[in-house]
Write a protein of this length. Sequence first.
Length: 442
Amino acid sequence: MNKQNFGLVGTAKDQLVKRFLARRDSQPEPAGGMLRSTASNLVIPEKFCRFDKFPGYERIALPEAAARKLGIENPYFKVHQGAAGATALIDGKTYLNFSSYNYLGLAGDPRVNQAAKDAIDRYGTSASASRLVAGERPIQRELEQAIASLYEVDDCVVFVSGHATNVTTISTLFGPKDLIVHDSLIHNSAFEGIKLSGATRRAFSHNDPESLERILAEIRGNFERTLIVIEGLYSMDGDMPDLPRFIDIKNRYKAFLMVDDAHSLGVLGVTGRGIREHFGVAGSAVDIWMGTLSKSFAGCGGYIAGEKALVQHLKYAASGFVYSVGIAPPMAAASLEAMRIMLAEPERVAGLRERASYFLEQAKLHGIDTGLSSGHAVIPAIVGSSLKATKLSQALFEMGINVQPIIYPAVEERAARLRFFIGYQHNLEQIDKTIKALAAKI
Ligand SMILES: Cc1ncc(COP(=O)(O)O)c(C=O)c1O
């Protein structure tokens, strides 16, 4: 058996070989035509040999230096000394915390912790290899079956990272003869997957089904497969799409619809089943359900749920699954337990909804620009400049409130903001205190 490709995975292997050949063929000829350089006569500018000369690094280092001059502290990489819930322990001090998407308060829940510990005792901390080659643990399949039943679809496959789930799924399923149309505010992970796929990419105006339909009416016919990518709850703005309208469009244009449910799972729907439950649509009405385990489900990883052929295809051909380790047993156990608790304790979902809509209502009453937020867990306070957002985040931190600035290029400069993640563990008093501080400093 060929150890390089396990002698098993025809499609995945073909894709890798195709990519290798394409990359090799796109290498430029050595300078000077066929005359090859030797190490002694090579003249390579310094900027091509040093990490600190990478343009990407310079783009990071310059604003950092400027911020230091202005006396602004780096708001990133703060060290939390415990689980991040409504409060966080940072540098020995307790802060009100709005920077983590522990929506249902289950990261740190003793039952979730215990499930992870039991899985460690039984299976160890790592799956130690790709599931396809080395085999799997029952807990991994249990989690997948539970997610599939949550969506009422055939099956599910779990990956080790939510980001990698989007990258590998989109780039495995779609290629250069295909069209991918996505919401203009789609998450980076979907965007990277689209780029890697080589498909033709078009963005439609945010949350605008008519804009999507105009694109499809014009060019759908020029392509083989078409994928539409939207989110269940948008992670920057906290608004949601009119899912039934997108389903109607995808049906009429014979396209596939992919919904990234990362922020809607555990948040939307009476029992937290996400945007599907919110609109009461059948699981099979959407072709590709994607989600992450790192938010409401207190773990780490991502999933794709849908029909059998989709899941089977990814399990044998998606490089992010075939050539990557299986989800760690304690992570699978933690997310499975978090899901069980979510379904058994719907008061968590209801409580989250109450707190988030209270936050939105109070923010609006205090004249804060909350943009498009529908008041479900993600609520921005738009301040209009990256510098202002960074300074505001620092001012609130000094008042005992931890909330991250979202600045250019993550959003347009004029849309720079603080982004508040609301969780079930926040209480109304904490929200009042935060809104008051925000209104005073904005
Ligand atoms: C909409 C969306 N999709 C995918 C991801 C990636 O998920 P993860 O952080 O679990 O890798 C994120 C991360 O925040 C997200 O917001």
